[in-house]
Design a protein around this ligand. Structure first.
Ligand SMILES: [Zn+2]
Length: 104
């Protein structure tokens, strides 16, 4: 059976991202955007993983990945996900020649 999975054309690159630990309101499950302090929309992509959430900000379109460290959300780990513009920019810095080659 042929596989239609995409094959990476270049070796994967490692981009830096910001990680921070935050103290949330006890049991409140309301977390604020690290960028603009608006409350994040919390999404649970996997119903079996209630402590792994994706937070999105309506105001500044920032996405964060949230991991619950302690029960009742007293402490959570927040990984800030870069937006696509950021990713392209950083990739270009890391692989200056790959962009032209891919799009030629
Ligand atoms: Zn925001």
């Amino acid at each position: 059976m042929p596989s239609h999975k995409p094959v990476p054309m270049v070796p994967s690159s490692i981009l830096p991202f910001a990680v921070r630990t935050i103290a949330a309101g006890r049991g409140a499950r309301v977390l604020c955007c690290p960028e603009c302090r608006s409350p994040l929309n919390l999404i649970q992509p996997d119903e079996n993983e209630p402590s792994r959430l994706l937070g999105t900000c309506e105001r500044c379109s920032k996405w964060v990945f949230l991991v619950e460290l302690e029960p009742e959300w007293r402490r959570a780990l927040v990984v800030e996900l870069p937006d696509s513009e950021d990713i392209y920019r950083k990739l270009e810095q890391l692989q200056p020649e790959s962009r032209n080659r891919d799009r030629a």
